[in-house]
Design a protein around this ligand. Structure first.
Ligand SMILES: NC(=O)c1ccc[n+]([C@@H]2O[C@H](COP(=O)([O-])OP(=O)(O)OC[C@H]3O[C@@H](n4cnc5c(N)ncnc54)[C@H](O)[C@@H]3O)[C@@H](O)[C@H]2O)c1
Ligand SMILES: O=c1ccn([C@@H]2O[C@H](COP(=O)(O)OP(=O)(O)O[C@H]3O[C@H](CO)[C@@H](O)[C@H](O)[C@H]3O)[C@@H](O)[C@H]2O)c(=O)[nH]1
Length: 454
């Protein structure tokens, strides 16, 4: 099929590259020339494991780029994958979606049927709003020359390639039988995995225990809400385990054992029970905020999501307080922060926990040095006001440090030469917010080591 993908970010570039590998003729359209130049040259516009290989294989063949939306006219399917960040009032900002819809509308071809797919995470009713924009701009009638569907994306950064080829479910929000049939044809290879064997070199292996995806057709509004309800549920789950970790700190019990015991109940499951300084990133914070904004608009009080958001902020601050109580005061203290991205294996530093935690440390008078293997540049550009000393080598953070805080459990931090690093520190305190280092080993090296809830 001919596919146009609007947006070359974390969702658009992976979706487009995956479809191109599966043999569709895909054009990525973005307003960011630099991202398109990268793709044109076979390079990934973002740091995402496995993506560059897909782009290198397809660039100039089944994968092309465009800034002008010309390819919309020849497309069977057009994906909208632009950003939906938070506005000042914390509801979703649909500026990019509306702009993309207006430009698609200008290029819709009256001679053919085009399916416009809403992949961005958007509030309930947005797919219908896009239909209206398309009708107004193109002068065409929805249901005849074009239709829209909601098809939310559930990929995780760092595992995006795996998640796109092996999704748990494909949700298609549409009342139209024709639109559903087009979507099924487009996703056929992902549903059956029929050609995966021939692409073995490029594709990640089937994740253990992940069966072929479930195809779920719903109304557009249900599809839109499934996305927000899923993200908020996962956020609640993490807030819950983090709250239990705080209780374990008081009780002197071990959250690792508690989480393992809980996770053995198949109704609970063992995923998303990993303790942290709080969930963060480019999705959970904005999506929980938008869900609450929607609920407010409809006069509905979502107490659990509200509590999860509040508990999450408190978890960030709890980590700072742990360091503060250990060092007595943070005034003038030298703190090293390991990890600026919201989780490992991504360069995405949008709304990462590091932002809140470092800001608080600085406000309390600390001098902060920080390192991240892939996310320092983005973190720095998003937080130009933070007086952080960025280091290229993580070892430099230990120089005369009063404390090291492990925020993101990148592999390179787990394999640091911890036995020798301690000699550089002024006081050997380590707060491991992911419980990712070996406690007994750290204690044997002489560290004053703390995790969360252990
Ligand atoms: N990042 C994730 O892990 C993830 C996962 C699932 C869903 N989502 C959702 O998908 C959407 C995209 O997220 P993302 O992280 O890929 O965003 P992103 O910011 O990484 O990428 C968006 C891209 O859209 C481009 N763009 C903006 N306006 C445009 C326009 N008018 N025409 C063409 N291009 C335009 C931007 O230049 C940018 O490259 C959001 O709604 C997000 O909530 C994200
Ligand atoms: O047990 C856990 C799991 C995650 N996290 C944190 O939670 C945040 C989000 O993690 P994750 O969900 O892995 O990352 P995302 O890439 O933001 O993916 C989420 O957000 C995407 C965008 O909407 C969705 O598509 C995905 O399904 C959803 O998992 C990060 O700060 C993680 O460190 C924890 O603290 N403990």
């Amino acid at each position: 099929m001919n596919v146009a993908c609007i947006g070359a970010g974390y969702v658009g570039s992976v979706t487009a590259a995956a479809l191109a590998v599966l043999g569709h003729a895909v054009t990525i359209i973005d307003i960011d020339e630099m991202k398109l130049d990268n793709i044109r040259n076979g390079k990934s516009p973002i740091y995402e494991p496995g993506l560059e290989e897909l782009i290198r294989k397809t660039a100039g063949q089944t994968l092309s780029v465009d800034t002008q939306y010309e390819s919309v006219g020849g497309a069977d399917v057009v994906f909208i994958c632009v950003g939906t960040p938070s506005k000042a009032d914390m509801s979703a900002d649909l500026t990019f979606v509306k702009a993309a819809a207006a430009r698609i509308g200008k290029h819709l071809n009256p001679e053919r049927y085009t399916l416009i797919v809403m992949k961005s995470t958007v509030p309930v009713g947005t797919t219908d709003m896009v239909t209206s924009i398309l009708e107004e701009v193109s002068g065409l009638q929805a249901g005849l020359q074009f239709e829209t569907v909601s098809n939310p994306e559930f990929l995780r950064e760092g595992y995006a390639v795996e998640d796109v080829f092996y999704p748990d479910r494909i949700v298609v929000g549409s009342e139209s039988v024709k639109a559903e049939a087009v979507m099924k044809a487009l996703y056929l290879s992902m549903l059956t995995r029929d050609v995966y064997e021939s692409l073995r070199e490029l594709l990640p292996p089937v994740p253990e225990g992940r069966p072929e995806p479930v195809w779920l057709r719903t109304t557009p509004t249900s599809a839109e809400l499934i996305k927000y309800a899923s993200n908020a549920f996962l956020a609640v789950k993490i807030s819950y385990i983090n709250e239990m970790a705080r209780l374990c700190d008081r009780l002197g019990s071990d959250i690792t054992e508690v989480a393992a015991g809980m996770g053995l109940d198949s109704r609970i499951g063992n995923k998303f029970l990993q303790v942290s300084s709080g969930w963060s990133g480019s999705c959970f914070p904005k999506d929980t905020a938008e869900l609450l904004a929607t609920a407010r608009k409809y006069d509905c009080d979502l107490q659990i999501v509200t509590a999860a958001v509040r508990a999450n902020h408190e978890m960030h601050i709890y980590c700072v307080k742990k360091v503060q109580s250990k060092l007595k005061s943070l005034q003038g203290k030298r703190i090293g922060v390991l990890g600026l991205t919201f989780k490992p294996n991504t360069d995405d530093a949008r709304k990462s926990q590091a932002e809140v935690i470092i800001r608080e440390l600085c406000e309390l008078g600390s001098h902060v040095k920080a390192h991240d293997p892939h996310g320092a540049a983005m973190f720095r550009s998003l937080n130009p006001d933070l007086p952080v000393e960025y280091c290229d080598e993580p070892e430099r953070l230990a120089d005369k440090a009063d404390a090291l805080i492990l925020l993101t459990h990148w592999d390179c931090y787990l394999t640091l030469d911890w036995a020798n690093l301690i000699r550089k520190m002024r006081t050997p305190y380590v707060l491991d917010t992911r419980n990712a280092l070996h406690r007994d080993e750290m204690l044997s090296f002489g560290y004053d080591y703390e995790g969360l809830g252990i």
